[in-house]
Ligand binder design. Sequence first.
Ligand SMILES: *[C@@H]1O[C@H](CO)[C@@H](O)[C@H](O)[C@H]1NC(C)=O
Ligand SMILES: *[C@@H]1O[C@H](CO)[C@@H](O)[C@H](O)[C@H]1NC(C)=O
Length: 253
Amino acid sequence: MLFRNVISILLIFGTPSLVLGCGFPPDLWCSSPEISEKCGVEKQCSLWHSKQALTDVPLVRYELYYESLCPGCKQLILTQLYPAWLKVQSIVNVTLVPYGNAQENKYGGKWNFTCQHGPAECVGNLVETCILSILPFDKAFPFIHCLETYNPSTDGKYCASLYNLLSYWPSIEECSTGPNGNSLEHDMAVKTNALNPPHQYVPWVVLNGVHNEEIQSQAESDSLALICNAYQGVKPAGCTKTGFIRSPVKKIL
Ligand SMILES: *[C@@H]1O[C@H](CO)[C@@H](O)[C@H](O)[C@H]1NC(C)=O
Ligand SMILES: *[C@@H]1O[C@H](CO)[C@@H](O)[C@H](O)[C@H]1NC(C)=O
């Protein structure tokens, strides 16, 4: 890894003439200031070290509290969050919490959920919750995007087939109709009920642990700018529009 990075930097910035005779293999060139000096690659190594430092910049945390059939949630996912995530997933950690305004009570050792848009919404929440628990997020989010585009309560298998995830469908279905999904959905309820301040509507966006009206309204109008402006590191290409840095939107954080 180190070797490849050093080589790619040398390819970009040109190989200094001294390098070949410095007596150290390339994977050690950036291992100490003395060696980089000896090998004539100090500049390249300092660049490489600063690039490494970038990876320590914390990801922007974008939490979405929503429910599967709410039109505003669907709109936020389809027109804002998902397209933004596709562009800048390297700088954002998205957490989806499909529960929203649902309610739960325990009955016979099981949670009984009541959902704002009826039982179908509860099914959709369960399916999405199980997808999030079974698949890595980079597979789960496209799947959920598909469900939100079609019908979260009925199109699971169809969406699985579109994304080549049919082999996961039986376990997702089993989860969503069984005790595992019931308990995972309860976790979503607990997470939602722990919000401070408590959510008053859905979709409800929490950015880096904070919910306020400015964050919410920018999430709904330009989630990409919201994420890019909140990121403390060097902005990735996905933050630019047609090759130019987007004009700074009002700074929130
Ligand atoms: C994203 O956030 C979750 C929950 O806060 C955390 O467990 C996970 O490690 C984070 N992922 C990354 C890549 O930072
Ligand atoms: C579950 O909740 C629904 C809606 O409130 C209610 O009609 C149903 O009787 C409840 N079922 C159980 C087993 O408590």
